[in-house]
Design a protein around this ligand. Structure first.
Ligand code: UDP
Length: 253
């Protein structure tokens, strides 16, 4: 397997990050299972998240729902795309509550916020409330994506990272350890990018993240890194530049 952009990421990780947006795909929460939440894995992941917070990093987490439902499923059984998307967004709330509960067990203060209002379950996402939680050291878990069908939680993550003035967006995935020019599970010749620009991703039409998320990041100069969260300790390692990952920024960065 070829690797492109070797060592280019070193200066990126020399930066000090105060506020991070962590995007967790729903599938990451499956651990060793093929559906739902693997609580043994979740607890290890949450310990890694708590370690990061203990190191003084302010953490906003956007969680996906693909371990439970995606909007495109069920169409042939009469579930409209819009309803399917709402089901997907509700799945992210289930995941967010699971993460919050595990953090609670560890004694870490966190809040679940949702872009769809459901006051009996969690707080609504309100930007200045989210800022306040972060500056008080609370971990915030942002659910329901953007609250609008036909979008994904990657776009929500980029949007919230920009809104909350995060220094970087980290995307922890289950399937890959970074950005490739094609699916490494299907092609031995897949090229791994240690560094890639927003415009190159858009030109090459790489599918690991929505174009809308990449465009938002590009227009707001939000650096991003994609890494494997299969091993939860990668979370700390990726920030220290010790874990294999791809980092994404503008051409000149
Ligand atoms: N979704 C949506 N609008 C949003 C965010 C998510 O409609 O702003 C729906 C969409 O159906 C998506 C599902 O929620 O398939 C789960 O989110 P996503 O696929 O991003 O989760 P992940 O792949 O990160 O687990």
């Amino acid at each position: 397997m070829a690797v492109r952009g070797k060592r280019a990421f070193v200066s990126f990780f020399d930066r000090k990050f105060k506020r991070i947006l962590l995007k967790l795909s729903g599938e990451a929460l499956m651990g060793a299972r093929d559906y739902g939440i693997d609580y043994d894995y979740l607890f290890k992941l949450v310990e890694a998240i708590a370690n990061l917070a203990d190191a003084g990093i302010q953490l906003a987490i956007v969680v996906g729902g693909g371990n439970i439902h995606r909007g495109s499923r069920g169409v042939e059984y009469g579930v409209s795309r819009v309803n399917g998307d709402f089901m997907g967004m509700l799945a992210t709330v289930i995941n967010a509550i699971a993460i919050h509960s595990a953090l609670n067990k560890l004694g870490k203060e966190s809040r679940v916020m949702s872009s769809i209002r459901m006051q009996e379950v969690c707080e609504p996402y309100i930007n200045h409330h989210a800022h306040k939680h972060l500056s008080k050291g609370r971990i915030i878990i942002l659910s329901s994506g953007v609250g609008i069908p036909f979008l994904t939680t990657d776009t929500a993550a980029a949007l919230r990272a920009v809104e909350l003035e995060c220094d970087v967006m980290l995307k922890g995935t289950h399937k890959v350890d970074g950005v490739y020019n094609c699916d490494p599970a299907k092609n031995d010749e897949a090229v791994f990018f240690e560094k890639i620009s927003y415009s190159e991703i858009l030109e090459k039409n790489l599918k690991f993240m929505d174009a809308s998320a990449v465009t938002l990041a590009r227009d707001n100069n939000l650096p991003m890194a994609v890494f494997s969260i299969k091993n939860p300790s990668n979370l700390l390692d990726v920030i220290c530049g010790k874990c294999r990952c791809s980092f994404i920024s503008g051409e000149k960065d």
